[in-house]
Ligand binder design. Structure first.
Ligand code: NIG
Ligand code: FE
Length: 405
């Protein structure tokens, strides 16, 4: 991997490209000082841009840079053993109750030092970037103490700097009850709200706050306590909501203006209505659905009918979604969840950006926005959902620089 400052500038005139939305027409993009200055049909290019440094796309299809809006990328170890347990018949909840699950990643994360975590997460990040990712959310939640949550979030920030990729950090201190607080959930949530979150926010390590609201994690009342603490600090919230059961978490999150509610396999009609009213994004995570061999589909048709924006993400984590390709999630969102191709592509661009509050910087190719776009070796947009296990990336322009290609 080249250091970021050695990536060549993408400034100039990009031609020989076709925009995914209108693939029959040759397009042009003008990049100036790292931002998009002009985009449209090549035939309509203003003469003033014709003499700029040329970049020939060789007929590639172009989309906005991808945004992976829900990941748990930084952790120690891995959990292939649990995969084997589940193959032998154990459920995710049974594995968690047997001392595996999130808590086993907590042990490994606490044992690892910051540089080790960085090296391991960097290798995973490189895989996601190779697939055209230009912005990524990274959650804490495998430290579950001030010291170890800080370590995770610092690694997330360092990854952003090292790779020149936009990283949004999310504090997920309320991911699981750490073993030393067994039977004392209330005390742990007090610690999260009164000490961990304020300290980490003061250090500039927290862009948003998340909770795992579930029978095997935290209750609705505990979730609200964390949301109140976030609100007091002016931080946006999101929620792991209704993954295994309908806890009413989505409606609560919506009442706090949540950026997104994620998983939502068991989302109710009331939850959908609340999300519609608050403009909360529904983040679909087909990798977790697939890994857990879930059969309870998220209410896609009702979300679509309500006009709730749907994003798609890897949910990369060592337990339920060890996925390292966002494009594979596009395929799965179509195949498993029956999204249309344009819905799935919007789900990893414009709606994913909104799920992170990044809609002014990512998820679209538009004048004034930083240049984040991907050139793909495909003829038509449907191929981005159709192939799986291949890497059709030709060029990635990330933050105004040619990061790949
Ligand atoms: O998003 N649902 C909770 N958290 C993760 C799983 C974390 C784990 O099993 O380590 C998820 O699926
Ligand atoms: Fe998750």
């Amino acid at each position: 991997m080249k250091p970021v400052n050695e990536f060549p500038s993408a400034d100039g005139l990009w031609t020989g490209i076709r925009l995914a939305a209108d693939a029959g027409v040759e397009a042009a993009i003008v990049v100036e000082q790292g931002a998009v200055r002009w985009v449209g049909a090549r035939s309509a290019l203003p003469a003033e841009f014709a003499g700029l440094v040329p970049h020939d796309g060789g007929g590639a299809l172009v989309t906005p840079g991808l945004v992976d809006c829900h990941t748990h990328l930084v952790y120690g170890g891995q959990r292939a053993n649990e995969f084997a347990m589940r193959l032998a018949g154990a459920t995710y909840e049974e594995v968690a109750k047997a001392g595996g699950g999130i808590v086993s990643s907590v042990r490994a994360t606490r044992e690892a030092d910051e540089d080790t975590l960085l090296a391991q997460a960097a290798a995973r990040l490189e895989q996601l970037l190779a697939d055209g990712v230009c912005a990524i959310e990274i959650k804490s939640g495998y430290g579950l103490s001030l010291e170890h949550e800080r370590k995770q979030l610092r690694v997330a920030r360092r990854l952003g700097e090292a790779y020149g990729v936009t990283v949004r950090t999310t504090f997920l201190g309320a991911h699981a009850l750490p073993p030393e607080y067994a039977g004392r959930s209330g005390e742990y949530i007090d610690l999260v709200c009164r000490e961990m979150l304020p300290a980490l926010a003061a250090e500039g390590l927290v862009d948003a706050v998340d909770v795992f609201c579930e029978r095997i994690a935290f209750s609705l009342a505990e979730t609200e306590q964390v949301f109140k603490a976030a609100k007091a600090l002016g931080l946006p919230v999101k929620l792991h909501a209704e993954q295994l059961s309908d806890m009413g978490g989505a409606a609560l999150a919506a009442s706090y203006g949540a950026l997104s509610c994620d998983h939502i396999e068991h989302l109710s009609a009331e939850g959908i209505e609340a999300m519609r009213r608050s403009g909360t994004v529904a983040v679909l995570l087909p990798g977790a659905y697939y890994t857990l061999r879930d059969t309870h589909l998220p209410p896609i048709a009702a979300l679509r009918a309500a006009g709730v924006p749907m994003a798609v993400s890897t949910d990369h984590n060592p337990g339920t979604s060890p996925a390292l390709s966002l494009l594979l999630m596009v395929n799965m969102a179509c195949t498993l969840f029956r999204l249309t191709v344009p819905e799935a592509l919007d789900g990893v661009t414009v709606h994913a950006a909104r799920a992170l509050g990044l809609q002014d910087m990512h998820g679209a190719i538009a004048p004034g926005m930083p240049a984040n776009f991907v050139l793909w070796n495909v003829r038509e947009a449907a191929e981005l959902a159709y192939w799986f296990g291949q890497q059709p990336v030709r060029t990635v322009v990330r933050q105004g620089r040619i990061a790949i290609g």
